[in-house]
Design a protein around this ligand. Structure first.
Ligand code: 26V
Length: 822
């Protein structure tokens, strides 16, 4: 009998090959003789997208029919990374597709490399959102990711003469096969103008917002396929466009080009991602971006809610909205506006719904990252929201008065409006007041929030505060990134760990099996060969896979202390130059990360890394024992090659500064050992892997507090520590800058006279700890045991665990198994 399998759904080798050629011909309009790799990628991508659609539509159909409580994850950033590989894994068709592609005469890895990664995020916060939507779908929880479809994502970084240069990221250049535009669900967003009161037919007073302009929000949907389940959720990203009505009125007045010009202005809204992490600038366009995507998303949720036959008064029973930091916090005022002004709901009822709907995650302790908007700017863009915020504030401050009678300074500290100088709207305060739950992203971070940044809110509502330690998805960060390790692990303990990461603990006994250790080390070696090839391709520097790969990849920031790692490198170099080479372990220092374009000190740190690398890499006395490379444009794609090839994971932020870190988890699960401080999730990683399998150094957060309180004088440390002095002097005297003593002066002066991130205070502890690392690495067997145990004990750091906690304790949502519709 002839079995007909649809070209769009078949997952046999033959079916996939037919689908591939079908798309090459009918979607790309090409035939093999003239097709390029880009065409082949597009053809395969469309074939794979087809295979997500039956599940996607089945999920939407079931969710529409049964209206289960749904999570809306609101995030200004989703740092997805390439879609294709992940979809192949989650659909369970990776190997079949690889074979089909091979039979066609192509290499799957080469096709995967064709995808422009959607870099719609800066770093940790955006990547966390991406891991979370993978885990939500895998847990079969109905969920939307709502965000912004930036036309330009995070800038493309190149290095010229050691300096970072920013280039635009034209990720949509070749089209995006992973999205479907939904013009029919476009919404209108108002901006500017003023408000007016009016009476309805019954004589009741209402407020109307007469905006200065409106923009249209058009949703672009991408499927988020759960791992080997039918559930496929939606990532809905909004693009700003000119509204029809808007264009038309101008056009009628004969100003055609004026109308087109306005169209361009509207489209600027979602043109580019702001490349700052951790420092806010009160930029009008940024506020408009935030409000734009929040308004689009809330209107969309209300539309869906009504389409499911429900009234606005049950909104909180059907939607749980998570605010990913304060970037979407304006949602609190926007939902109030939609309920009160558009749905005519009384204030108290609307406020009840709002506070039962929202919860807020804080991602940073740095004061400079707390968002505040100058009041006049805020009023100009969002006049109605300012009125609503004043009303929320008035009622809130009355509650504070009742609880803390006569405490006026507390009122000033808690107010949604900062009135200490120029007036600001404090977005973290709006998020706290409007949410039922507030969480930090690691134990220490959540504690410090209560003691410090959000202390007054904690004293007001201790019951709102909780912790959810971050996690990362093992599908992308192990199965896709590290196929060799995945194979060994699955052969050893079965495949259950992929969705139940604590099962990795079954590897523990194998740490004592020398054959297993040999396989483990062979895999690390092979991954290092791959990474060395990437490094050679991108930097021109040949590094040896037999050296220790010591890796520091993350955004460049003073608090993350990349320059502390540089002090260590110079220390080793100096020792070598003074004739102690026999004791030097061959090490390759691998750096990667972007600096915010306006962050001068961070850019100088990149220059310093490259300058030291230039000297060290080319000094014959070093005998290739030390290599320093800066891998340009570190992103998700490179991460997938870097984490599996690392021996040592550098997590060296000043204690109390890194909220959690998530790279630390990716390294650990791939068998790298950590050298780190008692900061963020490092503490919990050390708890899990046990102290003897973790290289700890540096002062604790509370010691840091005391050191600063008792008047820290970094220069005193420099004066008494000869080795440190030699290292700093090498930089200071221009040794790494051809005698130029000016270039690195800002770094040196800052370290000697201010050192806000305590590099000098932690220097000796770091160096001593690194010496222990070297001694340990020399004992290959010991290192392999420790490496296995790190991976085996990293089960806690799956984002599946994080999502299970959010679902149970915060969102109160459950799994909804989906049946595949024919
Ligand atoms: C701030 C701003 C300021 C305005 C311009 C755009 C922008 C974008 C991002 C941010 C905040 C970034 C905060 C962030 O990424 N925090 C990181 O979050 C990770 C996930 O929770 C966590 O692991 C890191 O420790 C934390 O630094």
């Amino acid at each position: 009998p002839v079995i007909f399998e649809d070209d769009r759904t078949s997952v046999t080798t033959e079916g996939l090959k037919r689908a591939f050629y079908d798309h090459l011909f009918y979607t790309q309009g090409k035939f093999p003789e003239i097709a390029g790799l880009g065409d082949y990628y597009q053809a395969l991508a469309h074939a794979v997208r087809d295979r997500t659609l039956q599940r996607w539509i089945s999920s939407v159909a079931d969710h529409t029919a049964t209206a289960p409580k749904t999570v809306a994850y609101l995030s200004a950033e989703f740092l997805m990374g390439p879609h294709m590989g992940n979809n192949l894994i989650n659909l369970g068709i990776y190997d079949t597709v690889k074979k089909a592609v091979q039979e066609i005469g192509l290499d799957l890895n080469e096709l995967l490399r064709q995808e422009e990664e959607p870099g719609l995020g800066n770093g940790g916060l955006g990547r966390l959102a991406a891991c979370f939507i993978d885990s939500l779908a895998t847990a079969e929880i109905p969920a939307f990711g709502y965000g912004i479809r930036y036309e330009y994502g995070i800038f493309y970084q190149t290095i010229m003469d050691g300096w970072q240069v920013e280039n635009t990221d034209k990720w949509l250049r070749h089209g995006n096969p992973w999205e479907i535009q939904r013009a029919e669900w476009a919404v209108e967003v108002k901006l500017g103008g003023h408000t007016e009161q009016y009476q309805d037919d019954l004589g009741r007073l209402h407020v109307r917002w007469a905006p200065e302009k409106t923009v249209a929000g058009v949703p672009f949907d991408s499927p988020i396929v759960g791992y080997k389940v039918t559930t496929t959720n939606t990532l809905r990203l909004w693009r700003a466009e000119a509204t029809e009505a808007f264009d038309f009125s101008q056009f009628n007045r004969g100003d055609y080009l004026g109308a087109v010009d306005k169209k361009v202005t509207s489209e600027n809204l979602t043109k580019a991602l702001y490349p700052n992490d951790e420092t806010v600038q009160g930029k009008e366009l940024r506020l408009e971006q935030q409000y734009f995507f929040v308004s689009c998303s809330l209107q969309d949720m209300l539309r869906i809610h009504k389409a499911r036959g429900m009234e606005p008064d049950t909104f909180d029973q059907k939607f749980a909205i998570q605010l990913n930091d304060t970037h979407p916090a304006i949602a609190v005022a926007e939902l109030m506006r939609l309920l009160i002004d558009d749905n005519m709901m009384p204030w108290d009822q609307a406020w009840g719904i709002t506070t039962r709907t929202f919860s807020y995650t804080n991602h940073t302790l740095l004061p400079e990252a707390l968002e505040r908007w100058p009041l006049d700017l805020f009023k100009r863009i969002l006049p109605r929201h300012l009125e609503i915020i004043y009303e929320i504030n008035a009622r809130f401050l009355n509650d504070v008065r009742i609880k803390f009678l006569g405490d006026d300074s507390r009122l000033a500290r808690l107010s949604l409006i900062d009135e200490s100088g120029e007036r600001y709207v404090r977005m973290a305060h709006l998020a706290c007041v409007g949410s039922h739950t507030i969480n930090g992203v690691a134990e220490l971070h959540s504690e410090l929030l209560k003691q410090d940044v959000l202390k007054d809110f904690y004293e007001m509502w201790p019951e709102k505060f909780t912790n959810v330690t971050n996690g990362v998805t093992p599908r992308r960060w192990m199965v896709l990134s590290n196929p060799r390790l995945t194979k060994l692990v699955s052969e050893t303990i079965g495949e259950g760990w992929i969705t139940d990461l604590p099962q990795l603990s079954k590897l523990e006994p194998h740490a004592e099996d020398s054959a297993f250790r040999d396989s483990w080390r062979a895999i690390k070696r092979a991954n290092k060969v791959d990474l060395a090839a990437l490094i050679l391709r991108r930097t021109g520097v040949a590094v040896s896979p037999d050296s220790m790969f010591d890796v520091l990849v993350k955004r460049i920031h003073e608090y993350k202390r990349q320059h502390l790692a540089v002090l260590h490198i110079i220390t080793l170099y100096h020792r070598l130059k003074s004739g102690r080479s026999a004791y030097t372990l061959p090490r390759t220092f691998i750096f990667g990360g972007k600096a915010a374009p306006g962050y001068t000190m961070a850019k100088l740190m990149i220059k310093l890394i490259n300058a030291v690398g230039d000297v060290v890499n080319n000094d014959r006395d070093v005998h290739d024992l030390l290599k320093v490379v800066f891998l340009p444009n570190f992103n998700v794609t490179y991460g997938q090659c870097v984490y599996p090839g690392a021996d040592l994971s550098e997590q060296i932020s000043l204690a109390g500064k890194e909220a959690s870190g998530t790279g630390n988890m990716k390294f650990a699960m791939n068998g790298a050992l950590t050298i780190g401080t008692m900061d963020g999730a490092n503490i919990e990683i050390r708890d899990q892997v046990k102290a003897e399998n973790f290289f700890l150094f540096g002062h604790t957060a509370s010691e840091v507090h005391d050191i600063k309180a008792s008047g820290y004088r970094p220069r005193d440390i420099y004066e008494v520590n000869a080795e440190l002095r030699a290292v700093v002097d090498l930089i200071q005297t221009g040794f790494f800058s051809r005698g130029d003593t000016d270039v690195f002066k800002p770094i040196v002066d800052n370290l000697l006279d201010h050192d806000p991130y305590l590099l000098l205070a932690d220097y000796q502890s770091y160096i001593d700890c690194q010496d222990v690392v070297s001694d340990t690495y020399r004992e290959a067997d010991t290192w392999a045991r420790m490496s296995i145990l790190n991976s085996a004990r990293s089960g806690k750091f799956s984002s599946d665990r994080s999502i299970a906690e959010y679902a149970k304790n915060i969102w109160k949502v459950e799994a909804v198994p989906i049946t595949l519709k024919p």
